[in-house]
Each structure stands twice: as structure tokens, then as C-alpha cells.
Write a protein that binds this ligand. Structure first.
Ligand code: NI
Length: 172
């Protein structure tokens, strides 16, 4: 088990465009996925992109807990290597996001609600599926990290950006 250090907003590791993984079946890539999982569980969080742990490769992991979806249908732990997103429905939905690179903070981001994802898994198999709602949001958030984009850069109204602890305080 290896818990890796997570870069916080402002660190150059988060700002670049990550490069594609040349061989998803390489043992080093599997080890990285395991370390990313250990790191995500330790944080804890529901998604993590390789650049967040200082590795400039196009790889993300995520899961969707049942409690975070409207239909109660969660998503198991998924590893996406070299993911490509196609927007299937330009209609956007607003939702609150947080990020392990901005600990303790959250903000509202509008994102397309229906996407198609194409990627490779750790065995080099092709993945091709659709995602909607919160599931689609998580994937878009994680894949943004691969292009140096953090969720505040997607926000149109910074009034909803702030520290979770302050926002959930009862009004005084
Ligand atoms: Ni993030």
C-alpha cells in the first residue's frame, strides 16, 4: 500500500497537459493504479487523476457511491486510461463539486449531463459506455485534470465557491 502525496491547486503538476499511456498493461501502470486507489481511499475521495499525484499520464480512477446518485445506482471502481469524452447532450446541469487538490472547498459547476466515454482498462481492453448525471460529472471532472483544468476554472459564478465548513454553518 502506498499513499501518495496529492498536489494542491497552484502546483505546476496540475497545470500541464498529461501524455498518453503507451502500454496500459505495463506492471508500472497497474502499480500506479493501486497506489492511486490507496491514495483516494485514504483521502477519502471518489475520484483521482494521475497528475494529482505528480504523474503526468492520462489516467484516472473513480467510483460513484450509491448515496450520490438520484436513482441509487452507484458505479464500481473504474480505471480509465487515455480516456476520450464525447458530449451526447449539450444540456448542462449544475452540481456541487469538490476536489482533493482543493481540500475543504466546493463550488457549483455546470457540465453536460450526458456523455460517451472511450478508454482502455488495465488489461488493454477497450471501454466504451455512456454516463449521465453525477456519473458523467465525476468523469468530466477527473478527465479535466488531464488537461490541466481544475473545477474553479469551469465556474461561472464564484459566489458558490468556498470552504465547505463555512457554507454548512448554521446562519448566525
Ligand atoms: Ni479533482
Amino acid at each position: 500500500m502506498a499513499v501518495l502525496k496529492i498536489a494542491r491547486m497552484g502546483h505546476p503538476a496540475l497545470m500541464g497537459v498529461a501524455r498518453p499511456v503507451s502500454d496500459p498493461t505495463e506492471p508500472g501502470i497497474r502499480r500506479l493504479a493501486q497506489d492511486m486507489l490507496d491514495t483516494m481511499r485514504d483521502a477519502p475521495g471518489i475520484g483521482l487523476a494521475a497528475p494529482q499525484v505528480h504523474v503526468p499520464l492520462r489516467m484516472v480512477i473513480y467510483m460513484v457511491p450509491e448515496s450520490r446518485t438520484n436513482d441509487g445506482e452507484g458505479q464500481p471502481l473504474t480505471v480509465l486510461i487515455n480516456p476520450e469524452i464525447t458530449v451526447l447532450d449539450e444540456t448542462t446541469e449544475e452540481g456541487v463539486e469538490g476536489c482533493l487538490s482543493l481540500p475543504g472547498m466546493s463550488g457549483k459547476v455546470a457540465r453536460p449531463r450526458h456523455i460517451r466515454v472511450q478508454a482502455l482498462d488495465l488489461d488493454g481492453n477497450e471501454l466504451d459506455y455512456e454516463a449521465e448525471g453525477f456519473h458523467a460529472r465525476v468523469i468530466q471532472h477527473e478527465c479535466d485534470h488531464l488537461d490541466g483544468i481544475l473545477y474553479p476554472m469551469r465556474m461561472t459564478d464564484l459566489a458558490s465557491f468556498g470552504y465547505v465548513e463555512e457554507m454548512t454553518k448554521p446562519s448566525e
